[in-house]
Design a protein around this ligand. Structure first.
Ligand code: ZN
Ligand code: ZN
Length: 337
């Protein structure tokens, strides 16, 4: 009996609040509706409901921030803890083990590949020396100073006490030219608070042995790794990683730390537009993507349609190579302390 009465009261309460919401425009004198408008998302693209709140360190707030075009805009401020997700494996211990992934840009057998003997052999052919006389792979922490002579497989250490702060424009706007993402430049934030980052650093251009080069960053099978300062970040849209691996004929490893999905919401770009996996909600592979992997269309979360990005199912890395919108200044879009 009590339960039933409570239900009626609840239903009545919902009806009243629905009525008061629909009358927002007429009843501007009511302080309660003003509060609702303040926390509502009129014109705002960012949706807190799309983020995984467990990893947030403080309540999401709105702050004013400078955009790359010099204007100022309201931005959502998200503060996440570092390293909330499982990660690894990275560098293999010996030349006969299989580790994570690397992108090699040398002459011999370049490209996206598994960290295993074929890669070390290719790098040795190019004059580097990453395997010692006992067959152990030379592994170095990039935070510990210059890598050893001859190069190394780079593997950073986590600092779980970092706070990662992201600023996302509330009302994204299109820029006048493409904002091309450079190597290791910040792109956006995943729904679980992981920084999404441009291409990993070059192995041949790295600070390595006497002639330079030969230090190759290791990525785990989901496409992420530790920054030298200790936070995990992704160079790939991890939810589509296994599609990318298959496209690149990689079968030794697969991404198990992220649930794979062709349609899921991945995160927000630093220009405020959402990023989705490889396909639209109806399962179709978009055929009208622009050079930044974006297009206008409806999504499950934006049924009225929105400009949004997809990640590639074939390219490695697969994140948008450029952004169409006006982003927050790089220094403020993502910061750590
Ligand atoms: Zn990185
Ligand atoms: Zn789409």
């Amino acid at each position: 009996m009590k339960k039933f009465r409570l239900r009626i009261l609840l239903a009545f309460g919902i009806m009243v609040s629905l009525v008061s919401c629909s009358n927002d425009d007429d009843s501007t004198n009511e302080p309660e509706t003003e509060t609702e408008t303040e926390t509502g998302t009129d014109g705002h693209v960012f949706k807190e409901s799309l983020m995984v709140g467990d990893n947030l360190l403080q309540e999401v707030s709105i702050v004013s921030a400078r955009l790359v075009d010099g204007t100022t805009a309201d931005c959502y401020k998200l503060v996440f803890k570092s390293n909330p997700v499982a990660n690894g494996p990275y560098c293999p211990e010996t030349e006969n083990d299989i580790g994570g992934l690397g992108v090699y840009d040398g002459n011999t057998n370049p490209g996206f590949q598994v960290m295993k003997k074929a890669l070390w052999d290719a790098m040795e052919a190019d004059g580097y020396d990453l395997v010692d006389d006992d067959g152990n792979v030379v592994i170095a922490d990039p935070a510990a100073g210059p890598p050893p002579s001859g190069g190394a497989c780079l593997e950073g250490s986590p600092d779980n006490d970092l706070e990662l702060t992201f600023l996302i424009p509330a009302e994204p706007k299109m820029g006048t030219s493409n904002d091309v993402i450079s190597t290791v430049e910040h792109i956006g934030v995943s729904k679980d608070g992981i920084p999404l980052t441009g291409d990993p650093p070059s192995a041949t251009q790295s600070q390595g042995g006497p002639g330079g080069g030969g230090a190759i960053p290791s990525l785990d099978p989901c496409g992420g790794h530790m920054d030298p300062s200790g936070y995990y970040h992704l160079h790939f849209g991890a939810e589509a990683m296994n599609e990318v691996l298959i496209s690149n004929d990689i079968t030794d490893v697969s991404c198990t730390n992220y649930e794979q999905s062709e349609t899921v919401f991945i995160g927000f770009a630093k220009d405020g537009y959402p990023i989705y996996s490889t396909r639209d909600a109806d399962g179709t592979l978009p055929d009208d993507l622009d050079e930044c992997y974006g297009h206008f269309g409806t999504t499950t979360d934006y049924p009225d349609g929105i400009y949004h990005y997809h990640v590639s199912s074939t390219q490695a890395p697969n994140l948008p190579p450029c952004l169409k919108g006006v982003a927050v200044n790089t220094r403020d879009a993502f910061s750590t302390n």
